[in-house]
Design a protein around this ligand. Structure first.
Ligand code: PLP
Length: 442
């Protein structure tokens, strides 16, 4: 063993997630600081953050009131046991979330990541049906091109091939709806495309195949985010709600990206006027300053568990860090910032100019489609012949090393999602730098 006071700081030991490690370590991309709309490289160079970190820093980086709340809690209560005990801040946060949630989604179960939130929601769905005497409902329906994190539950219901193919059979008894995207029918659409609501009827086909009595839940992202921004066709989510309700199937909206203002409302459920039975959330709940995520459930779902002797645990599930004091403090402070700065309303106002700015990139080299909704945009680039993902990777390198912008790249799609504090001028700047990126990788 090396002496404890040895302080190496090399690139090799860290296995970087969802990253081409060998290429990265030859030419790393590091951020050493952040403020507002910007990151700073270790040498101090300012980099505009066009994807809010990973769709999570909605109120901008190192937001003072959030930082202060975390500092205060760190000095007051570092940790309280999550099982059989609690602390005041986490109850405050749950109550605040219950007020923000649509309909009667008034109960919050906390986890630390979106992936854990998804696994939690799937487990709650199973437990719910079992508690009501319908234990044969064990099947889940996800959607192709869906992303629900990287737990075994999430990759099973998810539909991103690369995230699934390395990992064997995953959960059994899972089926998938088709993705809602068809370029020929909807290229360069702002907002929700007119085409595609009929794809929700596929759920009826799956119900005919498996029988509703075997299906526990349908899980979808209201807007598929990580696959490159696929807004739902008009009427699609409403149809899913109607069919699931009619067949006693729970509907779970995975709002890990769409939650907390990304679409101009607190949750996408509100934008679309659809009330699911559960919402998974993460990211924006704490402005990403401390990891936190969770599931909001309806009264009926929570209520189904509240039977049996009162001293008995009702749901055998939870995490050491469920509702961690630092995360809860960050969460409450974040909700205050959203409210005081009117950030959801700001996002709603910025949607149209943002869509115009992004759509003006139509005609730039290799741009095959652009989709926008709320403050989210996906810009599809033509892949290099026989090398899918290489143009996207080149964009990642050029953005960091040459153009001082950060944007998430999914395969050959650039994903833009600025913090909700962005102004029209900031959006214009992001658009102009992205135009340079497109030329740089032409
Ligand atoms: N669900 C959705 C819709 C997501 O976009 C993500 C992450 O981007 C997750 C789940 C997983 O969240 P996490 O990376 O916090 O596990």
């Amino acid at each position: 063993m090396a002496p404890l006071d040895m302080k190496p700081n090399e690139l090799e030991s860290y296995w970087v997630p969802f990253t081409a490690n060998r290429a990265f370590k030859k030419r790393p991309r590091l951020f050493a600081g952040a403020k507002g709309l910007h990151y700073f490289k270790p040498d101090g160079t300012k980099v505009i953050d066009a994807t809010s970190g990973l769709f999570c820093v909605n109120a901008g980086h190192c937001c003072e009131p959030i930082v202060a709340a975390i500092r205060e809690m760190a000095g007051k209560l570092d940790y309280a046991p999550a099982f059989q005990y609690g602390h005041p801040k986490v109850f405050e946060l749950a109550s605040r979330l219950a007020l923000l949630a649509p309909g009667d989604l008034e109960y919050a179960f906390f986890s630390n990541s979106g992936s854990e939130a998804v696994d939690t929601a799937l487990k709650i769905a199973l437990g719910y049906h079992k508690a009501r005497g319908e234990g044969a409902r064990t099947r889940f329906i996800g959607r192709e091109r869906g992303y629900h994190g990287i737990g075994f539950g999430g990759i099973s219901v998810g539909g991103m091939v690369a995230n699934r193919k390395q990992f064997g059979n995953m959960l059994t008894g899972v089926d998938h709806l088709s993705a809602t995207y068809d370029r020929a029918k909807q290229a360069f659409t702002k907002g929700e495309p007119e085409w595609g609501a009929h794809l929700a009827d596929e759920l009826l086909r799956l119900i005919n195949l498996h029988d509703a009595s075997t299906i526990a839940a349908v899980i979808v992202e209201p807007v598929a985010g990580s696959t490159g921004v696929l807004p739902p066709p008009r009427g699609y989510l409403q149809k899913l709600r109607e069919i699931t309700a009619r067949h006693g199937i729970l509907l779970i909206f995975d709002e890990v990206i769409t939650g907390f203002g990304r679409l101009g409302t607190c949750f996408a459920a509100e934008r679309y006027g659809v009330e699911p039975d559960m919402i998974t959330f993460a990211k924006g709940v704490t402005n990403a300053a401390v990891p936190m995520a969770g599931v909001l459930t309806s009264k009926a779902v929570y209520g189904a568990f509240m039977t049996g002797p009162e001293h008995m645990v009702e749901l055998f599930h939870g995490y050491t860090y469920s509702g961690h004091p630092l995360a809860a403090a960050a969460g409450v402070a974040t909700l205050d910032v959203y409210k005081e700065e009117g950030l959801f309303e700001r996002a709603a106002k910025l949607e149209a100019p943002f869509a115009d700015a992004m759509m003006s990139l139509k005609g730039a080299p290799n741009v095959e489609d652009i989709r926008t909704v709320g403050l989210l945009a996906g810009i599809d680039l033509a892949p290099l012949a026989g090398k899918p993902g290489l143009r996207g990777y080149q964009a990642t390198e050029r953005m960091y090393h040459d153009l001082n912008i950060y944007a998430r790249v999914a395969q050959d799609t650039l994903v833009v999602a600025p913090p909700l504090i962005a102004t029209e001028k900031d959006v214009g700047e992001i658009r102009d730098v992205i135009a340079k990126v497109l030329t740089a990788v032409a």
